[in-house]
Write a protein that binds this ligand. Structure first.
Ligand code: ADP
Ligand code: MG
Length: 717
């Protein structure tokens, strides 16, 4: 019997983690009990460890079936970097490479072997010579013709259980629907497999939906605020991916496009460069991303509305696999909805597809917590609002829109319900364009009845009316807008209409592009470590994440390890990586600590406690150093210069000292008048925990730094 301690030791030794994520331990235990397992976990949930870890403790070899030939090399490199001997076999390899793999296996020097399903029969004889303890079938949804990535070779995998009756089998996927689940069990002939279905919640992903106005402009600004971050922009068409990539490149952004029309070699190259952080941004169709283990994708943008919620969730799931905060934005456009519905109508299972689009649209139109809606879709129910979606952060406000609705609906009637949305808007706004004049619409009643609302806003209000069912789009009649019976009630029975105020969104726009500053403590060290990682990766010609992931660097920034024992406590640092990179990283951290006079007081740990406790450190040293200089009469600029730190960092130090009870001469930082304004704003802004709302509320006239000072003043009371 395998001991719990052995499993935890392996987790630390090979992967550098102290804790399992939910279900991982149970799944691993199930494998050691020689049972079969079906694992459903969201993208980025941590499925790989469930079979990679047992392979290190089991006798013989673990075979992993994976459809992602292009990614096998990365996965194998990652395992080898962690000290687990692994290799792969597929049709793209040379005979010599294959012979090398056979040889290693023969010598029993392989723990994990990846094979593409299509290549299995080719290596039949070789496989029979192996002592196979575990068989993992990754991306197992490929087995189901119901699924979206059906691979015929997967349907022949049932022979595995017969060929290796002693091996446990584990099938893993992120696709949750029931039909696929049943199909997997049936086709693999593992009816008694234990099922592990984890929560689909990914709380580190923020959710945001924006109207699709000036998308490119919004995207460029978004990217410029986040230099050096990796991101993916998903588009519906190949052409769009190309044109966006080009526009981004023209703005000096390091972007490339990716779609199934690009030749194989070029695609592999783009993917590789993205994984290696040599291309920051990929504009792609949904052909991109399955199985990519790039843990530091910091954001995902949907340029177009996706066809269904499943796809959308998989795609945003590619952000933040390392568990660090990551952002997602979905651009919602009326045009996309029409386009998708048109495609769907002409397809075979039109009804199913249309209803999936409808669910996607409901999500995008939502006026309540978006995460609740998403998780609901996957059959999970959370009680509390998430606090990390745009609706939670900026709840909509409503107004009585009856009169506005009446004006719009009667305009539609005057046009005899024979014009599409844009013409209705032109008409209501009193436009004098060709189409209007040609049809003499300027002579009709209600022409120009809404002149005080901007075109784009009016469009949004009309979309709201469509979503609320007061009017509708006749898809088979050139998208003419028609008034529904419900809409007639508004016109003739006085039914009231409540609309969402658009000001909330418009107010959020700021003109300036400000780079979002990393305000975490020792942020400069993080940049130093990133550069070091880059240098090592370049020297070895490997992907930076194979050195360390962002999460590990963040943990170094937090824990400031100064010797190997401490270095091993960093999350994501296992034995092999500590041996390979420990010295060079530690010396860089030491240098930083010394140069910045950071005092680290370490509390001694009771040796008897079996659980490794995190050492607590006093961060007071660096604050005090800044404060002492301030007391000597230096300004923030001077202190920043002296300490080679950012001004905002110094301000942060001083405010921390202030909160601890040390004195600051407040008039150095903020005038009485400005303070009064910040104080007033506290009761007015929607989200008093976010600085941005203050900044906007104060009409961008009071700087972020001053707002910080004002809030610190209020905090101390
Ligand atoms: P997927 O479920 O999509 O296959 P992966 O297995 O690739 O996800 O894991 C996603 C990321 O989560 C990887 O970077 C992995 O190192 C990390 N991870 C997995 N398990 C843990 C854990 N117990 N603690 C911390 N990070 C983990
Ligand atoms: Mg995976």
């Amino acid at each position: 019997m395998i001991q719990k301690r052995e499993i935890y030791d392996a987790l630390k030794k090979y992967f550098g983690y102290d804790e399992f994520r939910p279900l991982q331990y149970d799944i691993i235990k199930n494998i050691f009990a020689k049972n079969d397992s079906l694992v459903i976990m969201p993208t980025g949930g941590g499925k790989s460890i469930c079979y990679q870890l047992p392979s290190t403790l089991l006798p013989g070899i673990t075979i992993v079936i994976s459809p992602l030939i292009a990614l096998m090399k990365d996965q194998v490199d990652g395992l080898n970097a962690n000290g687990i001997t692994a290799a792969f076999l597929n049709s793209s390899q040379s005979q010599e490479d294959q012979a090398e793999v056979f040889h290693l296996a023969e010598k029993k020097e392989l723990k994990i072997l990846y094979i593409a399903p299509e290549s299995l029969s080719m290596f039949d004889n070789f496989l029979k010579t192996l002592e196979v303890s575990l068989i993992a079938i990754d991306e197992a949804h490929c087995i189901s013709a119901w699924g979206h990535d059906f691979r015929p070779a997967y349907t022949r995998l049932n022979f595995l259980k017969k060929a290796f009756p002693k091996a446990a089998l584990i099938a893993l996927t992120a696709t949750a629907d029931k039909a696929t689940r049943e199909d997997i069990l049936k086709q693999l002939e593992i009816p008694n497999a234990s099922k592990f279905i984890s929560s689909f919640d990914r709380p580190n992903l923020s959710l945001e939906v924006r109207p699709a106005n000036d998308r490119i402009k919004q995207i460029v600004k978004f990217i410029q605020q986040r230099p050096n971050q990796s991101g993916i922009i998903y588009c519906l068409s190949r052409k769009t991916t190309e044109s966006i990539a080009e526009k981004l490149q023209n703005s000096g952004i390091n972007a490339a496009c990716y779609h199934a029309g690009i030749d194989h070699e070029k695609r592999a190259d783009i993917q590789e460069k993205f994984i290696q952080d040599k291309i920051d941004i990929i504009c792609a169709t949904v052909a991109f991303g399955m199985g990519i283990d790039k843990s530091n994708v910091r954001w995902v943008i949907h340029y177009n509305l996706p066809k269904n919620v499943e796809g959308y969730y998989q795609e945003i799931g590619r952000a933040g696999r390392d568990g660090l905060d990551s952002e997602t934005i979905l651009f919602h456009s009326y045009g996309d909805v029409i386009q998708l519905q048109k495609f769907a109508k002409d397809s075979k299972n039109a009804e199913v597809q249309l209803s999936k689009i409808e669910r996607m649209k409901q999500y995008a139109d939502a006026l309540s917590c978006r995460r609740k809606i998403l998780l609901n879709y996957f059959g999970e129910h959370i009680i509390k609002d998430c606090g990390n979606c745009d609706v939670c952060k900026n709840p909509p406000t409503f107004f009585d829109g009856t009169i506005l609705a009446q004006k719009i609906l009667s305009g539609i009637m005057r046009l005899q319900e024979k014009e599409p949305l844009n013409v209705v808007i032109d008409f209501l706004k009193g436009s004098k364009n060709y189409h209007i004049l040609e049809k003499n619409y300027q002579n009709l009643k209600t022409y120009g009845i809404i002149s005080d609302i901007k075109w784009k806003d009016l469009q949004q209000y009309m979309i709201q009316l469509i979503n609320l069912g007061f009017c509708e789009v006749a898809f088979h009649e050139s998208n003419h807008i028609k008034v529904t019976p419900l809409g007639r009630n508004v016109l003739f029975q006085g039914t009231k209409v409540s609309l969402t105020s658009l000001q909330d969104f418009n107010k959020k726009k700021t003109k300036q592009v400000e780079v979002i500053v990393d305000s975490s403590e020792y942020a400069e060290l993080y940049e130093i470590l990133r550069t070091l990682r880059r240098t090592i990766a370049d020297e070895k010609n490997i992907a930076p994440y194979l050195v360390f992931g962002d999460a590990a660097l963040r943990d170094m920034q937090k824990k400031l390890p100064l010797n190997v024992t401490e270095f091993l406590e960093v999350s994501g640092v296992g034995q092999k990586k500590a041996d390979t990179y420990g010295e060079i990283f530690i010396s860089e951290i030491k240098k930083y600590v010394e140069e910045n006079n950071i005092e680290i007081k370490k509390t001694t740990i009771e040796v008897a406690t079996p659980k490794k406790e995190r050492k607590k450190r006093e961060k007071g040293g660096t604050y005090k150093t800044s404060y002492n200089l301030y007391e000597q009469g230096l300004s923030i600029e001077e202190i920043a210069k002296e300490r080679k730190l950012a001004k905002t960092t110094i301000l942060g130090h001083l405010l921390k000292m202030y909160e601890m009870g040390f004195e600051l001469k407040i008039s150095d930082f903020i005038t009485d008048d400005e303070f009064a304004k910040v104080k007033k704003a506290v009761n007015e802004v929607k989200d008093p925990s976010g600085m941005k709302d203050f900044f906007i509320y104060l009409e961008e006239k009071i700087s972020y730094d001053k707002i910080r000072v004002g809030l610190a003043l209020l905090n101390r009371g």
